[in-house]
Write a protein that binds this ligand. Structure first.
Ligand code: HEM
Length: 418
């Protein structure tokens, strides 16, 4: 595939217009960055009416190798200054981001406690539930859409992760829609359709936080068969999660668990439609190919576009001298198209086995996605259900993309089956 040549200086990663430009233009820009020695620097976006000052700018990491290095050297590149590009006061970082915005030992403590909800045993317990929910989604499609077409995002991709994470946490089904609205506003902050303002974000996050605190307190007093109870009961040398910590973790978990997997499934269906020979390979031997196919879908989709780290001391990266306090932003989308690691990176290949691996769940290190195994299970089961019961399902129109530099989201996308 030939990409357009997009010279450095012609584009600005902080300009929202860049993220709505055609895909191949953006891919061309990232290729230029990968091929240019050193690290390009960008000013931060000026956010109108923001109560916070504009930050000092950031270096963009586009090569797989550099992202790998930064992710795995958490002492040199920390998370506690924030994992999104803009700066927030420290308390707000932890309020919104929970452990994704912490360093060890704080991060280690929290991750050790909440990991109890994500052991293979706990994820195994939801396995049957994932199957049941995926089957119900297809049942509903067959019942509700006799003309055999619907919106793929709303009726297929969004439903599974939302219902699974809510169920795991012990959220009753009548509250699913509320949770869905909260997560949409939080991650859709740049997109006018979801409210889009900082104020909306704050008020939804606060509502969600209060809801979670109450849930946590309830499960500590009256444990049930859900991971909220497991987490609230978890004891680390006499140390337990406070309801506030649980509240913030809940925001992270529900947002991270919903908005990512749904986009992976949507981009996956789109790719299987665009490359029918790959769909035939996957559907032809699902047991044999699903493992590599799900990794390839996550690589192809890269649902989370970037996370940031901050240098804790002066250092050098890719020949670029960095000072303590400099921000580096890891563009996973670009690392996942790095031709130094992936042969024909712009080819969708469900049997691909790259070494080192794709970095859609992060590039290793202490913050590697806590829900990666759950996400892989959900995706596998959903595509298996589609393959078995609706093998002709395909995308039939243009996707409506989320306007965001952070989440590679699809808001709507028509699909049909025979
Ligand atoms: C395809 C789906 C998903 C993708 C692409 C994804 C991607 C990511 C990425 C890129 C990170 C940051 C890694 C780093 O900084 O090194 C992350 C962290 C995280 N993810 Fe996921 N994620 C997905 C699904 C999930 C699910 C289903 C859950 C939970 C139910 C989840 C929970 C988390 C949590 C809690 C963290 C923070 C971990 C920490 O800071 O220690 N994710 N994810």
């Amino acid at each position: 595939m030939t990409l357009p040549v997009v010279p450095l200086g012609d584009f600005d990663l902080s300009d929202v217009a860049f993220w709505t430009a055609p895909r191949d233009y953006r891919d061309g820009a990232f290729k230029t960055m990968r091929d240019t020695p050193g690290l390009p620097f960008f000013e931060e976006a000026l956010i109108e009416d923001s109560p916070f000052p504009r930050g000092p700018g950031y270096y963009a990491l586009s090569r797989h190798e550099d992202i790998w290095h930064v992710s795995r050297n958490a002492q040199l590149f920390c998370s506690s200054k924030g994992s999104n590009i803009g700066d927030l006061p420290q308390e707000m970082n932890e309020f919104f981001g929970s452990m994704i915005n912490m360093d060890d030992p704080k991060h280690f403590r929290l991750r050790s406690i909440v990991s109890k909800g994500f052991t293979p045993k706990e994820v195994g317990r939801v396995e049957d539930n994932v199957r049941v929910k995926a089957a119900e989604i297809v049942d509903r499609l067959l019942e509700q859409f006799p003309d055999k077409q619907c919106d793929f995002v709303e009726h297929v991709a969004a439903a599974l992760p939302l219902e699974i994470i809510c169920d795991m946490m012990g959220i009753p089904s009548e509250d699913y829609a509320k949770v869905f609205k909260w997560t949409n506003t939080i991650l859709g902050v740049g997109d006018p359709e979801f409210g889009g303002t900082l104020e909306d974000l704050m008020s939804h996050a606060l509502e969600m936080f209060m809801y979670a605190q109450a849930l946590g307190e309830d499960r500590r007093a009256n444990p049930r068969d859900d991971i909220t109870s497991v987490m609230m009961a978890a004891d680390l040398d006499g140390d337990q999660l406070t309801p506030q910590e649980f509240g913030s973790f809940f925001i992270l978990l529900v947002v991270a668990g919903n908005e990512t997997t749904r986009n992976a499934v949507s981009h996956g269906m789109k790719a299987l439609t665009e490359f029918p020979e790959q769909r035939d390979i996957l559907y032809g031997d699902f047991a044999g190919n699903s493992k590599t196919a799900m990794e390839e879908i996550v690589r192809w989709a890269t649902p989370v576009i970037h996370f940031r780290r901050t240098a804790t001391e002066d250092t050098t990266l890719a020949g670029q001298e960095l000072k303590a306090g400099d921000k580096v932003v890891m563009f996973y989308n670009s690392g996942n198209r790095d031709e130094r690691v992936f042969e024909d990176p712009f080819t969708f290949d469900v049997r691909r086995t790259p070494q080192p691996a794709q970095i859609g769940f992060g590039a290793g290190g202490p913050h590697f996605c806590l829900g990666a195994n759950l996400a892989r299970r959900e995706m596998t089961v959903m595509f298996d259900e589609i393959r078995r019961r609706l093998p002709s399902m395909r995308i039939t129109g243009d996707p409506d993309f989320l306007q965001s530099a952070f989440i590679n989201g699809i808001k709507r996308m028509p699909c049909a089956w025979d």
